[in-house]
Design a protein around this ligand. Structure first.
Ligand SMILES: NC(=O)c1ccc[n+]([C@@H]2O[C@H](COP(=O)([O-])OP(=O)(O)OC[C@H]3O[C@@H](n4cnc5c(N)ncnc54)[C@H](O)[C@@H]3O)[C@@H](O)[C@H]2O)c1
Length: 352
């Protein structure tokens, strides 16, 4: 069978996850890579002999015949690179998470791809791993009753880069239920940047779906994860039980009527995981002609939560969905926690 020819834009960590996946898959052939940095191109030529490399993605798109493009640059350039790729007759596209640096940019990317009915992958690794997939199945199957709260703790990372994977998992757990609002607080004392973005030193993100399912996520350099030895933790609380798991780690504990004291369950990993699983799923869509946008859509909703949390922190307000319609409220002189002078108007909060 002829393999789908694939090219990758951005040769860093994310790009190399795609390159390794393409290289290991029977369905694809990695033919070209574009990266701004000549040293990265040189290194990739040694790693993947036979590929062509380019300093600019447009030159690569003009010069090379390819079926599939992977957009693996930093989020602020995803839109430009994707729209340039769409000018060529490609059959499928992978766009790294977060889809864009804003929900608006992510939405434009998704709309342009959907308009063309082009198969798309957004490689959220948790949706290509046995543990999280089995957890989704148990929660949807009612094994912890009705899902009410998802608590996430993640040390050393931030809302937009790793947090988007965790929030995407939350969105998927709820079956892409529409969000009502998000509130967030970020402190930036260490002036940390990561993956082309300014990020928080510590943050709390709080969100609520329309039916009231909550997500509470604590991210940042010094977050204390309250289970020894773990750097990421999820606690899923339902009306009839709870599940705890640890991000990329295989295994989870389930506590419910069947396991009142909690049971550690470690399933066998899937034969194909990560970027390769997402790319091969996309190859299936190319073959069938049927594009499924469930993951890109949940990724966009997760990006809205991300942006909403940052906007909420910046403006000190609640951010309702859709987040790309957000307008900052007028500044207020009302300071919760300060004594009320008895004058100056306001609402009597004892009149409930
Ligand atoms: N899905 C995942 O599990 C996963 C894991 C890691 C990174 N990522 C994502 O991959 C993307 C890139 O992050 P990274 O960790 O690879 O960063 P990185 O710093 O490791 O690499 C980025 C590379 O892109 C190149 N680049 C930047 N702009 C470019 C452009 N316009 N054209 C060509 N090359 C360009 C840079 O020179 C650099 O080599 C981000 O969106 C990130 O969130 C996803």
């Amino acid at each position: 069978m002829e393999k789908w020819k694939a090219a990758v834009v951005g040769g860093g960590v994310g790009g190399q996850l795609s390159m390794n996946a393409l290289n290991n898959s029977e369905l694809f052939e990695l033919v070209a890579v574009a990266d701004l940095r000549p040293d990265v191109c040189e290194q990739l030529k040694r790693k993947f002999p036979g590929i062509k490399t380019y300093a600019n993605h447009r030159d690569m798109f003009e010069d090379c015949r390819m079926d599939v493009v992977c957009v693996s640059t930093f989020p602020p350039s995803h839109e430009e690179v994707t729209l340039d790729a769409l000018k060529h007759p490609i059959k499928g596209i992978l766009v790294e998470k977060p889809l864009g640096h804003t929900a608006e940019s992510g939405r434009r990317i998704l709309e342009e791809i959907k308009k063309r009915n082009l198969p798309m992958a957004v490689p959220h690794g948790l949706l290509a791993k046995k543990t999280p997939l089995e957890i989704i199945e148990r929660v949807r199957g009612g094994e912890i009753g009705e899902l009410k709260l998802v608590e996430i703790q993640n040390a050393k990372w931030d809302i937009i880069n790793a947090g988007i994977h965790w929030l995407h998992f939350f969105v998927t757990l709820t079956g892409n239920e529409p969000m009502d609002y998000v509130m967030g607080i970020c402190e930036a004392s260490t002036r940390t940047y990561r993956d082309g973005m300014q990020v928080e030193t510590t943050a709390v993100t709080y969100g609520q779906t329309k039916s009231g399912i909550r997500v509470v996520m604590n991210t940042g350099d010094e977050v204390l994860v309250n289970r020894e030895g773990k750097e990421t933790l999820f606690r899923l609380i339902g009306t009839a039980g709870q599940i705890e798991f640890w991000g990329w780690e295989n295994g989870y504990t389930l506590q419910n009527a069947a396991y009142p004291l909690g049971e550690l369950i470690v399933p066998d990993e899937l034969p194909v995981t990560g970027h390769r699983a997402h790319l091969e799923r996309m190859a299936g869509m190319i073959e069938s002609g049927v594009s499924d946008y469930t993951i890109p859509e949940s990724s966009l909703l997760a990006l809205e939560i991300v942006e909403g949390a940052y906007l909420s922190s910046k403006h000190g307000c609640k951010v309702h969905f859709p987040v790309d319609g957000f307008e900052a409220p007028a500044k207020t002189d009302w300071e919760p926690g300060q004594p009320y002078a008895g004058t100056g108007g306001g609402r009597d909060g004892r009149k409930l």
